[in-house]
Design a protein around this ligand. Structure first.
Ligand code: AMP
Length: 195
């Protein structure tokens, strides 16, 4: 599929290990090389600020989507290609999703996890057909990947739905997966015959 814009969810903190910020820069460069625009949460703080600045410095396009409440806290990045200001977090996430052709989570905290799981849930339900994945920097998401395999083993998640979430360590490999992506056609629930 053609990727015009990718939404990146990531920490509003930089994290302890400098590799998190380094790999955010690597993803930013990979996006610009492929002429893919960045959609993100619109803040200048943490990994978010680094990925936005790197895309802009390399000549790429960045759309930030941020609620007025966070603009009021003065965390908005005021140098973006476009800054969309919303009334609520829900509206923000909806616009980020609508404007993007795929979703990537870099290392981050509660906000990053919540945003990733929301778009993956929508994918599982067939509300959109866009790829979702994780850039697993320095094993940050190893524990989560193990837990998701446990959820499959315990029959709360179907294998094709688990496989919808790409987990890669190299930004270019992740983007290659997205360009070739075809979503599975799998029902979320067991049929009566399967129960
Ligand atoms: P976290 O992973 O908890 O640091 O949250 C980062 C994610 O949640 C980003 O992808 C943002 O969309 C959103 N978010 C959380 N905190 C902020 C903030 N201070 N400014 C802007 N966005 C934030």
């Amino acid at each position: 599929m053609t990727l015009r814009n990718i939404c990146v969810y990531c920490g509003s903190n930089p994290g302890r290990n400098p590799i998190y910020v380094e790999q955010a820069r690597a993803l930013a460069c990979a996006l610009v090389e492929r002429r893919i625009g960045l959609v993100f949460g619109g803040a200048h703080v943490g990994v978010m600020g680094v990925i936005a600045d790197t895309v802009l410095d390399a000549g790429g396009m960045v759309t930030g989507v941020i609620p007025q409440s966070l603009v009021d806290k003065e965390v908005a990045h005021m140098g973006l290609t476009e800054l969309v200001i919303t009334d609520s977090m829900h509206e923000r996430k909806m616009i980020m999703a609508e404007r993007s052709d795929g979703f990537i989570a870099l290392p981050g905290g509660i906000g990053t996890l919540e945003e990733l799981f929301e778009v993956w849930t929508w994918a599982q339900l067939g509300f959109h057909r866009k790829p979702c994945g994780i850039l697993n920097v320095a094993g940050y998401y190893d524990g989560l990947a193990r837990f998701l395999d446990h959820a499959v083993a315990e029959s709360f998640v179907k294998t094709p739905h688990r496989e919808m979430l790409f987990v890669e360590t190299d930004p270019t490999v992740l983007l290659d997966c997205y360009e070739q992506y075809t979503p599975p056609n799998v029902e979320k629930w067991l049929s009566r015959a399967e129960m």
